[in-house]
Design a protein around this ligand. Structure first.
Ligand code: SAM
Ligand code: SF4
Length: 335
């Protein structure tokens, strides 16, 4: 008798997209106040008891891993401000089926915690870096800590984290004069510098006029040389990848406004408050915290996760002509 390995489970949505990527916001709190992410006036944070506990998140990840989720990104708010995060990451990386675990951080707490991140099983880091100028960095994040973040990025590079992706939200009138300097980092370091179109989230304290879209960003950085496309790989997210001739690193463009990546979307998002959100740019979500806390079985939770997947919309309706303000806060959804 021949034995064959069990079929790989698949979490399919209503449009036959295989969902294998879960982004988890472990806190809605942050030590920064980025212009594009946080509203001008303070919004109330979740009460401690309303944030999913680590053991609740781990249970949900075990269930989703059984359904085919194999890639997990931990985000926030700022994930490194949550107490116990390193132990949690270690437990997360030990879950069978999770083959790719990464973290998105603003980098403020990176420098002194690289060893802990490494021993927790994190190999890949996404770090927000919207400017290389201390004043502009201060203006964007609300904190005068550019040097500290930059030294954390260099230390992460020296410690062998790879790839290190640097995310810059392109903001007209704020960091637009630095796009080439940011892109030029890829000559000197193997970093993946990614330009993100600014998404108009509810209440963020910036309105910069017409959005700075990918085509314009590309045109500006083309002064550095030709952008050679890189073939897409299995776990690639929405970024279109390029390399400047002779560069060690890459350039990526994340273009939610000018180029919907919805057809290839493979993501679900677990919010800090315990909802499974099926699209970053829609309010559609299924609450999992209530069922978790009222003693629902793994089977019942599985059914709710499948229900959420079935509600994933074909695409969002954000366009450059008429970008609506998207409800919700990036800091609680996790980006
Ligand atoms: N605090 C961490 C950080 O800043 O990297 C993780 C959470 S943050 C919400 C995740 C990502 O969302 C960051 O790369 C940030 O630049 C991006 N982001 C936040 N608000 C955005 C917006 N309005 N448009 C585009 N990207 C945004
Ligand atoms: Fe905090 Fe990240 Fe939002 Fe900036 S982008 S306010 S660092 S959660």
């Amino acid at each position: 008798m021949t034995t064959s390995s069990p079929p790989t489970p698949s979490l399919l949505d209503g449009f036959n997209r295989r969902l294998n990527y879960l982004r988890i916001s472990i806190t809605d709190r942050c030590n920064f106040n980025c212009l594009y992410c946080m509203p001008g006036e303070r919004i109330p944070k979740l009460r401690h008891g309303d944030v999913l506990r680590y053991e609740e998140i781990l249970r949900l990840v075990r269930i989703t891993a059984g359904l085919g989720i194999s890639k997990v990104r931990v985000t926030g708010g700022e994930p490194l401000v949550r107490k116990g995060v390193y132990h949690f990451l270690r437990q997360l990386s030990a879950i069978p089926g999770i083959r790719d675990l990464s973290l998105t951080t603003n980098g403020h707490l990176l420098h002194d915690n690289l060893d802990k991140l490494k021993s927790a099983g994190i190999k890949r880091l996404n770090i927000s870096l919207d400017s290389l100028e201390a004043d502009t960095y201060h203006r964007i994040t609300g904190h005068n800590v550019f040097q500290r973040v930059w030294s954390g990025i260099l230390a992460a590079h020296e410690a062998g984290f790879s790839p290190i992706k640097l995310n810059a939200v392109a903001l007209r009138g704020v960091n637009e004069d630095e796009l080439t300097d940011l892109a030029a980092l890829s000559f000197d370091y193997p970093f993946h510098v990614r330009f993100i179109e600014h998404m108009p989230f509810g209440g963020s304290s910036i309105s910069t006029g017409p959005p700075l879209l990918t085509e314009e960003i590309k045109e500006r950085i083309s002064t550095l040389g030709a952008l050679e496309p890189i073939e897409r790989a299995g776990y690639d997210g929405p970024a279109r990848r390029y390399r400047l001739k002779g560069a060690k690193g890459e350039i990526g463009f994340i273009s939610p406004i000018s180029n919907h990546f919805c057809a290839a979307c493979n993501r679900l998002r677990l919010t800090a408050g315990g909802a499974l959100r099926v699209c970053l740019l829609s309010e559609e979500k299924v609450d999992l915290k209530g069922p978790l806390r009222s003693g629902q079985s793994d089977q019942q939770l599985t059914e709710l996760i499948l229900l959420a997947a079935s509600r994933k919309p074909r695409s969002h309706n954000l366009t450059s002509e008429n970008p609506p303000t998207v409800p919700g806060q990036m800091s609680s959804i996790g980006g």
